[in-house]
Design a protein around this ligand. Structure first.
Ligand SMILES: [Zn+2]
Length: 148
């Protein structure tokens, strides 16, 4: 077991040394990797396999970007990608945030009791097991009794 940990530590250090001065991952890189993966998986049997070929090319390019030492060039690419996709991301951002909030609430539902303020509808939470407490709303300041 000790030996395995030593090997793991050496591998981690080696990887860190290898990645030193290299660009790594960014938003554009993650987008490339995922789209390439999807293209390779679903594109192999359609359109003479051209989508899969494009996916493989995208995969190689994303790897090239991760290992690239030309950081300013990669940053410029990423900036262009972010500018280009801003129009698409803007309208879906609120939905995405709401979805993430919902997931967070689901994950911590055994730690907190969630409820809404009866006056203003603000979403509030209490740690489970605190008993009967007087809640002061963060948003409108109204006070009410709540059991959690
Ligand atoms: Zn309120």
């Amino acid at each position: 077991m000790q030996k395995w940990q030593q090997i793991k530590a050496r591998l981690t250090a080696g990887l860190a040394r290898f990645m030193q001065g290299r660009y790594g991952a960014d938003e554009f890189g993650l987008f490339l990797i995922w789209t390439s993966l999807i293209l390779v998986i679903v594109g192999g049997s359609i359109l003479y396999g051209v989508p899969a070929l494009l996916g493989t090319a995208g995969w190689i390019y994303s790897l090239f970007r991760v290992l690239s030492r030309n950081k300013s060039r990669r940053l410029a690419e990423n900036r262009k990608y972010l500018e280009f996709t801003a129009k698409v991301r803007k309208p879906i951002q609120p939905h995405f945030n709401r979805f993430r909030q919902y997931v967070n609430r689901l994950r911590s539902r055994n730690k907190y009791v969630y409820f809404t303020c009866p006056k203003c509808g603000m979403k509030l939470r209490l740690p489970r097991g605190v008993g009967n407490v007087t809640v002061t709303c963060k948003s409108c300041g109204s006070k009410f009794e709540k059991k959690a």
